[in-house]
Design a protein around this ligand. Sequence first.
Ligand SMILES: *Cc1c(COP(=O)(O)O)cnc(C)c1O
Length: 376
Amino acid sequence: MQFIDLGRQYEKIQDKVKDNINKVLDHKQFIMGPEVEKLEYRLAEYTKRRYAFACSSGTDALVIPLMAYGLTKKDAVFVPAFTFYATAESVNLAGGTPVFVDSNETYNMSPEELEKTICAVLKKGEYTPRGIIAVDLFGLPADYDKIIKIAGKYDLFLIEDGAQSFGAVYKGEKACKFGDVSATSFFPAKPLGCYGDGGAIFTDNDELAEKINSIRVHGQGENRYHNIRIGLNGRLDTMQAAILLAKLEIFDEEVKLRQRAAGFYNERLKDIMDIPIVPENCISAWGQYSLLAKTEKERDWIITQLKGKGIPVMVYYPIPLHKQPVYEEDNLDIALPVCEKYSKCIFSLPMHPYLTEKEIDSICSSLISSIKVIGA
Ligand SMILES: *Cc1c(COP(=O)(O)O)cnc(C)c1O
């Protein structure tokens, strides 16, 4: 069994993928070919954003807009501590300082903790609050009603890190529609993945769009050889755009299949443990299906048992960002108890659109019997 089975997806779409790749091989516009523009049009349409920019990775999809905001080391950008490292790393890469916030029971950043952390930074006066990156962890959109209010109240920019949530819905709007800018990733294991690295940036703001477009290609001005700011090489390959166009055709159906798989898990596990929370009017893209064991010991036991039966299990994330060695010298003397507990007790089960009910049955019965053994 595979944790994410890209082979089953490929079986379904291979004719279209090969067709699209062959077209690129024929026209040979490998950089910024027509497929890139077509993909950007589709992505903007899908998310109802005015602008979509395809780019080289999910990380660059965060770095580029952060560079557009012109951060200095004294500028604080608030990020959840319980996320993939790129969320915080992108702030450092763009010259700012990430400030870590604890999570709530949805695994996403707690809006209450966010406001407390902003107030603490303001009180201390060492850093200037500039922005927030809200992450839609495991595919579930963050609590945007509350987070947008906080961003407005403290005059902060808001970036949605939708790397794991493309296809999700929050109160009628698709993921990547929230905040001043949104970022997503097309890393192969994400809900919409390509066959290499890729990402996209979304905004409705004209001025920001112009800066993002320029930064993506070496800070270009009137043309590529007229440079008006520091940028980077952040384009998406035409080949990857061609692959994504093929995958987009079945994407809505795949999001539905993910709901089905998550529903099977929920049904079988709801009496045994706390199933993932999906607030009303939200649809998760189920980037991951994650559960909490009672203790670290129980978690590690469950993983050993399931792996012994050929069921892959992953831990996202074993170290919250404020505890990462890279931030050691910053002497972050903070306790974020909720995400510290999550990192010890969390585990994720196989999740992809092509899991069968039978496979989910077998995963769940193995999980349930391993818990019963440790509980006895
Ligand atoms: C994967 C991921 C990224 C980075 O995306 P890449 O395409 O791997 O650079 C950023 N944020 C989160 C939350 C992610 O899961």
